[in-house]
Design a protein around this ligand. Sequence first.
Ligand code: HEM
Length: 526
Amino acid sequence: MAHARILLYSGAIYVVSKLIYRLFLYRWYFSPLRHLPGPSMGNPILGRSTQIADPKVNKEWVRKYGACFRVVGLLGTEAIVCMTPEALEQILVRDWIYYPRPRFLRNILWLAAGRGLFTAIGNEHKRLRTLLDPAFSRLNLNSFEDVSSTSIERLVEIFRDLLDSNPAGGEVLELYDLVSKLSLDIICEGLFDQTVGSLNDPNNSLFNAFEGLRKIEIEPNFWWFIVSTTTPGAARFLGSRFANRYRHWLSYILISSPVEAFSDAMWQVRKASSSILETRRSGSAGVGEERKDILRLLMRDGTVDEDIPEHIRTFISAGKQTLSTTLSWTLYLLAKDLESQRRLREELRPIFETRNTPTFRDLNGLQWLNCVISESLRLNPPVPVIARTASKTSLVDGVLIPKGTLIIIPLEAINTWTDVWGPDADEFRPSRWLDLPSNFSPAFSSVPFSTGHSSCIGRALATMQLKMIIAFETLLLSCTPLTFPPRSLVFNFEFSLPNPDYIPDTSILLIRQPQDHMPLHVRRVI
Ligand code: HEM
């Protein structure tokens, strides 16, 4: 009995002293990062964890503490924030293999976006990139013979219908849902030749399932998921058929947890991804033989059938959220800048007036459109912060980073760093792309797609689709005559703020989504 008591007391003393060491002593007296500047520790349990991903707070910290500082997060864990070109080159380019995405993030991404590029690390990631990169190369995208998009055409029609009673006066329209549906339709159309038709269908099940998944990012759900996905085995369990089958019971046991709605949404997206594969296998959808598309590359490589829907899920999730967010922010920034809209229309007019369908060369030659999109992505990157973990102890920016340290790369703070972009770095000024700062680095000064080996594989596709959505509904290599006026978002409509003080309400956990559905005033100009 006495022995048991001694054992119990020793155990309790061990746990308490470990906690005191972790929460207080280590970070103040022993951590090699303790000499770095950084914000105060904040809450002793949560630290600054609730602020680490907030780009506004990050920018404030960069101003105060410089380009490399320490932040203490949950239960005394330390993170280092770094953003110099040298640090980015080391972490994301040269030694990328030693800096994978942290496990908790891979777990969340596995649940929300499938097992694939987001979750693979090391040589498996390298293998997947080598396999799939050709599908996204500029050369391959330029080989698309016909990129007409019925979804963009449909969105223009929806705007016209909604403004029918007062086209010239216009109306305030909530844009986020519409551009979200457009993004889902266009991604499935562009990558898998699948018509989802969510723009035509108010109860589209795939769209609703994605809306369900989006709730993972809303507080307090996000923190619930962080806690559950850092618990060993919990993510695997949450993603299992067993958890899905007994989700009602789980919700009952884990009072008010988001598990039931989340599990439903995740399995619906899995089902839809499997049916995309089945449709392709049955031969009822497909792309020209000469094109390298994701499904063809995966099937040729011998990827097992069970894994392909997971890759499909990854691409749809990654593309839909980022495209819709970028589009909403671009329209918002244009709504604040009527002169930029006018310039865009003037740039497009000569192309439309020749009445020949625009070509890739036309699209790439639209200088002002390029500037607008680059500037929008610089100011409001949909993924404002990315994270890595150090898998070995190393020197970064002259600082000894112990193995296991969380590394935060604040993409938005990098994109608006006054050292590069000057004192008006936070302003929307597309013309800055015509006269870049002398210390601008193409790889490290504006990084909305990140940089290096795990940067966005869909960059060229996303840029092409963004340009098309804003400028043209169709793009053909053949010279098919075009009707005038063409269907074009920016050529047909003018966007302005619903009131002069309007600032969108945003959620910023993983992706910077407008929470208030982005209401903008829209009127027909042609
Ligand atoms: C404006 C649109 C987009 C932006 C700003 C964007 C941004 C990003 C960023 C910052 C990353 C890196 C995340 C990290 O390092 O942890 C990333 C990765 C990724 N993106 Fe995008 N993305 C966009 C569109 C797309 C599209 C359209 C697709 C797919 C068709 C896509 C697929 C992916 C995938 C699969 C990855 C993981 C790459 C890897 O780990 O190798 N993205 N994206």
